[in-house]
Structure formats: structure tokens, C-alpha cells
Design a binder for this molecule. Structure first.
Ligand code: UFG
Length: 328
């Protein structure tokens, strides 16, 4: 397959690009490098620096490098907390960027589209683990934006016949030996814990220990980025083969508390990792665990990283080799 990967220099996009190349596909990465890293993009991929808000550059990329069998969209603002401060980055910019990409996708007759969606669609789950049939309650403008994009895909299917996969990641984490997680600012639990182990941060803050969970801290479903990459490839292959559009929740199906993640990181790194309980972070639901049975059943997806220690060990390996991320 020839695949257009928007946001292919970001964390999940770059790992998926590498996995596509390893599976023998050809990839064109389109990324503005605002959050992504040029070093994260495999040499075998064609790299185009451009912004989805720049429709001329986008059009040019489709004309110069197509035709494509599929489009993947990893490009968007990605932080729940930021979206509560700057909803316009999400409800205006990321939506416009996404619609521009959808417009080019149908204009250049690409048959299949994969959207990075999110567990933030499920802010008030009635049933845990969370299935695709769960009621959609976006937890922030970030989740709202992803929901708008999922609904836009429904319209593009109805109007233009575009087939799509909406992949709702739970907590993406872990690294490959060569591609890691390097956000600025970093807000995610595992890389922050590893900064403590690297001596770059004195302690990890635990955001609240009065949730209705086994130790009072939030429970999340941590899913390795390589397993997410595999889900993208399987989904795109199914769509390109003529399969119907689909929504999948992607997680391991088991949850770990913040304290359990810190304990696992202590084991993996051998560092005491001091922790302090602080106030809850606004907007954090108590428990998010995926029921990922649909993609398992339909596509045979099987996460390879099911132990939290193995996930953290993969991240620790990369962060030790790149203590200051890609830049330095
Ligand atoms: N946490 C801490 N201390 C920290 C950082 C995080 O206790 O310093 C806790 C959070 O409260 C949460 C858990 O660790 O309970 C995981 O937090 P992350 O920030 O790593 O991830 P989130 O669960 O907030 O967010 C992730 C993705 C989002 C996605 C969301 C869906 O990063 O893109 O899951 O719920 F929208």
C-alpha cells in the first residue's frame, strides 16, 4: 500500500510509519514539525514539511506523491488539559486541519482513511470495560474535536463513499529502540516518572488518591505504541481490501492505578521514584479500561505488550538512551 501519513513525525505517527515500512508499504509523511521530530521519521519514508491548514501545500503533496491507497491522520493538538484552556486550538484548528485532509482525500480519490481518536469520548462510562457501544460523552474540547471528526467521517462516507476506521486509543505509551515519546511540555505519566528515574525531576505528583478505585488513584489502560501501530495497519488493510468502515476501542483490557504504574517503574528502573499525592487534576475520570474485543474478533489484533513492566521497560530503554529527547 502507499499511505499518506499526516502527523507522521509525532509519537504514534512515527512508530506507525516505521511499522508500515517494515511491513513493506511505502509512506509519505506530511508534518509541520510543531510537535513532531524530523529524526523520528524513517529514512525510507518520503518527508514533506507542511501544515494541514495550508491547503496549497497539502494539495501539492497529494499531486506530487500520490496516488495513495490510504490516509492516516495523526496530526492534531493532543492534550486534554490544554484543550480546556485553549478550546480554539481544537474546535477550530484541529477540526479545520482534519476537514482539509478529508477534502484532499476524496478529491484525490483515496478510498480509505484512518483517524486517531480517543478514550476521551468516554467521560462518563456506564460499563467498564468500555465497548464501542458505550454512550459518547466527550470529556473536553479535545474529545469533542475527535467526536466531530468521527461524525464528519460518517458524512464523507455517505456523500463520497470514503471508508474509514476510527481508532480510539486509551493510554498510548512505550517506545521502540529507535523511536520514543518526546513532548514539550511533557504531561504524560510514564515519561514523567522516567524523568524522576533519570534524576531530572525530584518526584512524581500523584493527581489525587481519593478516587473510587482499589488504591484511590486513577485507573488507566496502558497500550503500547507498537500495538497501536499494528492496529492501524490491520485496519487499513481491511478497508483497502473493501471492508466496511469501523470504530475500534484500543487497549489491553486491563487497568493499572497511578500507584501501580509508579511501583512497576521502581522495579524496572531500580530507582526509588519519590511520589507525592497532590490535588486531583481537573477532568480526569476515575477509571478508563477498553473492551477491545471487536478488533480482536474482526481483525485478529492481539497486543504483544500486555505487562505494564514490559511497556515501561521499553520506554526506559529509549529514555535512557535519549535523556533529553531527540533534540540534544
Ligand atoms: N497522572 C499523575 N501525575 C502526573 C501525570 C499524570 O498522577 O504527573 C495521572 C493522571 O491523573 C491520569 C494518569 O496519570 O490518571 C494518566 O495520565 P496521562 O496524562 O498520562 O494520560 P491521560 O489519561 O490524561 O490522557 C490520555 C491521553 C489523551 C487521551 C486520554 C483519554 O494522553 O490523549 O488518555 O482519556 F485523550
Amino acid at each position: 500500500m502507499r499511505v499518506f501519513v499526516a502527523g507522521g513525525a509525532g509519537y504514534i505517527g512515527s512508530v506507525t510509519t516505521a511499522a508500515l515500512i517494515e511491513a513493506g508499504h511505502s509512506v509519505v509523511v506530511f508534518d509541520n514539525l510543531r510537535q513532531g521530530h524530523r529524526q523520528a521519521v524513517q529514512q525510507q519514508a518520503t518527508f514533506v514539511q507542511g501544515d494541514l491548514l495550508d491547503t496549497t501545500a497539502l494539495d501539492q503533496a497529494f499531486r506530487d506523491h500520490g496516488p495513495f491507497d490510504g490516509v492516516m491522520n495523526f496530526a492534531s493538538h493532543t492534550l486534554v488539559g490544554e484543550s480546556m484552556q485553549h478550546p480554539e486550538y481544537y474546535l477550530r484548528d484541529s477540526v479545520s486541519a482534519g476537514i482539509n485532509l478529508l477534502t484532499a482525500t476524496v478529491q484525490y480519490k483515496v478510498p480509505a482513511f484512518i483517524l486517531s481518536s480517543t478514550a476521551n469520548l468516554f467521560d462518563a462510562p456506564e460499563t467498564i470495560p468500555i465497548a464501542e457501544t458505550e454512550r459518547i460523552v466527550p470529556g473536553s474540547p479535545y474529545g469533542e474535536m475527535k467526536w466531530w471528526m468521527e461524525r464528519a467521517l460518517g458524512w464523507y462516507e455517505r456523500i463520497f463513499g470514503l471508508r474509514y476506521g476510527a481508532l480510539r486509543y486509551f493510554n498510548a505509551c512505550g517506545c521502540t529502540p529507535t523511536i520514543g515519546e518526546d513532548h514539550d511540555p511533557e504531561t504524560h505519566l510514564i515519561p514523567l516518572i522516567l524523568q524522576v528515574a533519570l534524576g531530572q525531576r525530584e518526584q512524581i505528583s500523584i493527581f489525587g488518591d481519593d478516587y473510587p478505585t482499589r488504591d484511590g488513584t486513577c485507573v488507566r489502560d496502558y497500550i503500547h505504541v507498537l500495538d497501536l501501530a499494528a492496529a492501524h495497519i490491520l485496519t487499513l488493510e481491511a478497508l483497502v481490501a473493501g471492508g466496511a468502515s469501523r470504530h475500534y476501542n484500543l487497549g489491553n483490557g486491563s487497568g493499572f492505578t497511578v500507584k501501580e504504574v509508579i511501583d512497576a517503574a521502581r522495579k524496572v528502573t531500580g530507582h526509588p521514584i519519590p511520589a507525592q499525592v497532590v490535588e486531583r487534576r481537573a477532568g480526569d475520570p476515575a477509571v478508563l479500561i477498553a473492551a477491545a474485543d471487536t478488533i480482536r474478533r474482526e481483525l485478529g489484533w492481539q497486543p504483544a505488550y500486555t505487562s505494564i513492566e514490559a511497556i515501561i521497560a521499553s520506554a526506559w530503554e529509549w529514555h535512557r538512551q535519549h535523556p533529553h529527547g531527540y533534540a540534544k
